[in-house]
Design a protein around this ligand. Structure first.
Ligand code: SF4
Ligand code: MSK
Length: 664
């Protein structure tokens, strides 16, 4: 195989293939080249069997030959410590995001950050209710300040329980309390992992996992949920923004073809929407547009990468340039005047790559600087002017543009913005918004079950090659798919987020429901922190059954015919998300590989034992069709337990079916 064919094999998405070829012609190194240079990966690292927690090590376990580290630590201890440290890393990232949002939220309520406001009063009151904050006779700003303070104090809380735990089904809360894994405070659980995994502390893998579980719950039902809820109140809940007349999902476009040849292209990348929201506002400012015209551009074109992209998509319809592995390819188009990054999932390679093009790589967070990038501090207290300064830098860079290679006409349509509130509204209507039609359609078998398919891309697997076939097979088998993160961007690129997809690719039952309601069979719910929306949606499905026993799907999330997947995961955040889903009672399948293979005892606990303890459990399966099979089998098992099974064959979504669809 030629070098060129090898590189094409790195992407399932043809737009990316073209740009990978362009980079190769220009002799430019990309993520796939570095991945290839790193293989074969160190086996100790892959299996989680390497410990470098003290300077008597690093210690590596070779089963049967070298079973202990210098201190006597076993494979089970070493693998568990590494795994829970991954949870701590992921939970810290999401939660620090949530903290930044909470601080800004308080300032917005006090009127200290011009440009930010309290938009969604309905949601504010709901969240205030959870925090037991008085709302009667108070202004939205007064309520918001109390909500912000209540949320912020949960990061440093030392005792008691974080409040959003009370939103989970009662049975779930009881399981957590009996196990002693209810988070006391968000930061406390993360710090305790770092303490317990220090040399010579917690050396019992099951006990380590209890703390891993508590920290993961502090992420999903804590930091991530705070980020989602407060962002919605400040920026508007997707699909249900601050006005009944404006309830709608947003149409947009996806893939690198959204870059414009005749406009100043600014790509926002990272995770926190505090800055990108202001960039959206400033990009429409007449002063900025006039400036763009002066340098010969026909306007300013915003697009996003990764979860910052998802945030501005679901609230403003800003197009998605691409997912995680496409960040370098955006620069390879030669058409990006500025790539503006905040935190998380930003590759350091962008700095070297930007030297090959005219693109200015602009870091904006004090927490995330990159040598070689231009740092323009984003000051929330002067947000609009900070955003304008960044946009001005991009505009001034437009005349420096050289040859461009935009894959024009290659963008795909999508609709997005399926927050839990919008799904509620779509299913039940304005006056009786409810999940009851969803439960009803599951009970009568039109919808087989629900799967949350989320997570990253990973340079160790062909870009998008696991996400797309998995999702296609799930919907062909009447499984409604809800998505976040880079996986959502992948499905959008494959055209799966268009309402027409239901008739073309979904099974007959799911297609009928989607056509009746007017939704695609694959719903874009937002960014990584918005996985908390899926927790609330699952809880709502349980609650519907409490209101009407004929619509019951059990007493707990673990009773639902539902599952989760991260087919091409790569980050610590994905592990934290996966574990809070498992701890919430969800069967969760990861692709690529799993970082606990060095310990049979720990892997058995996660993959089997947890079913009896937590109701949810992990699985790992790199093959998309086998992964779909695991998810569908699990959904069928839950349907059977609920007494709502019905004979149905699994549709195997093979290449022939895919070819036929393409011909049609
Ligand atoms: Fe080795 Fe134990 Fe030190 Fe880890 S903590 S590096 S296993 S001696
Ligand atoms: S951005 S964590 S690569 S989903 Fe949320 Fe994508 Fe994974 Fe980052």
């Amino acid at each position: 195989m030629s070098n060129s064919e090898e590189r094409e094999e790195k992407s399932f998405d043809s737009v990316s293939q073209g740009l990978i070829r362009a980079a190769q012609t220009a002799d430019i190194e990309l993520v796939w080249d570095r991945a290839s240079a790193q293989t074969p990966h160190c086996r100790f690292g892959v299996d989680g069997l390497c410990c470098r927690l003290c300077s008597m090590g690093p210690c590596r376990i070779i089963p049967g030959r070298r079973d202990h580290g210098v201190c006597g630590a076993t494979a089970d201890t070493i693998v568990a410590r590494n795994f829970v440290r991954m949870i701590a890393g992921g939970a810290a990232a999401h939660s620090d995001h949530g903290r930044a949002v909470a601080i800004n939220f308080i300032k917005a309520a006090r009127g200290e950050v011009p440009g930010y406001e309290i938009k969604d009063e309905e949601k504010l009151k709901k969240v205030a209710d959870v925090y037991e904050i008085e709302t009667e006779g108070r202004t939205k700003e007064e309520i918001a300040e109390d909500v912000g303070n209540a949320a912020l104090q949960e990061f440093g809380q030392q005792m008691g329980e974080i409040k959003f735990i009370s939103r989970a089904p009662e049975k779930r809360q009881q399981i957590w309390r009996e196990l002693g894994v209810v988070p006391r405070g968000i930061d406390r659980e993360i710090v305790e992992i770092m303490h317990r995994t220090h040399m010579g502390v917690d050396q019992d893998y099951e006990n380590l996992m209890l703390q891993g579980t508590r920290a993961a719950l502090a992420d999903g039902w804590g930091g991530s949920m705070i980020a989602t809820e407060l962002q919605d109140i400040m920026f508007g809940t997707p699909g249900q923004p601050w006005s009944d007349s404006n309830r709608q999902a947003l149409r947009s476009q996806v893939n690198l073809g959204v870059l414009a040849e005749d406009k100043v292209n600014i790509v926002v990348h990272g995770h926190e929407p505090l800055l990108s929201e202001m960039i959206v506002v400033a990009a429409g400012d007449p002063e900025m547009l006039e400036l763009a015209e002066k340098v010969g551009a026909k306007g300013i074109n915003l697009a996003g990468i990764c979860c910052t992209a998802n945030e501005v998509l679901i609230r403003h319809g800003i197009p998605l340039a691409g997912n995680f592995l496409q960040q370098e390819l955006a620069l390879v188009t030669g058409a990006v005047e500025a790539m503006v990054v905040d935190v998380q999932c930003v590759m350091e390679s962008l700095s070297q790559l930007s030297e090959c093009y005219h693109t200015k790589l602009i870091t904006t967070s004090e927490k995330a600087k990159i040598p070689g990038a231009v740092h323009m501090h984003f000051d929330e207290e002067d947000a609009i002017n900070s955003a304008k300064a960044i946009i001005r830098t991009a505009i001034e860079n437009y005349p420096n543009r050289g040859e461009v290679n935009i894959p024009e006409g290659e963008e795909t349509e999508l609709i997005a913005g399926f927050s839990h509130e919008y799904v509620n509204y779509m299913l039940g209507g304005t006056f009786r918004g409810s999940y009851w039609p969803l439960n009803s359609n599951i009970i009568d078998g039109r919808i087989r079950g629900v799967a949350g398919v989320v997570g990253c891309n990973n340079a160790c697997v062909v870009l998008d090659s696991v996400h797309v076939p998995l999702i296609e097979e799930l919907i062909a088998n009447d499984v409604l798919v809800v998505q976040t993160g880079c996986s959502a961007i992948t499905a959008a690129k494959a055209g799966l987020m268009q309402p027409e997809t239901a008739a073309l690719k979904a099974g007959p039952g799911l297609a009928e429901v989607c056509e009746a309601v007017g939704i695609p069979p694959v719903l874009h719910a937002g960014s990584c922190v918005d996985n908390s929306r899926i927790l609330i949606a699952l809880t709502e499905m349980v609650n519907v059954g409490k209101q009407n026993s004929r619509l019951s799907l059990g007493d707990d999330i673990s009773d639902l015919p539902a599952a989760g997947a991260a087919p091409e995961w790569m980050s610590e955040k994905a592990i934290s998300i996966g574990h809070y889903f498992v701890a919430s009672g969800v069967y969760t399948v990861f692709g690529v590989r799993f970082p606990t293979t060095g310990s049979k005892a720990l892997t058995d606990l996660l993959f089997k034992g947890y079913e009896n303890i937590l109701g949810g459990m992990w699985a790992c399966e790199p093959d998309p069709s086998k992964m779909a099979g695991l998810i569908i089998d699990h959904i069928d098992k839950k349907r059977k337990a609920l007494g709502i099974e019905g004979a149905r064959e699994r549709v195997l979504y093979d290449m022939e079916m895919r070819r036929q669809l393409e011909v049609e």
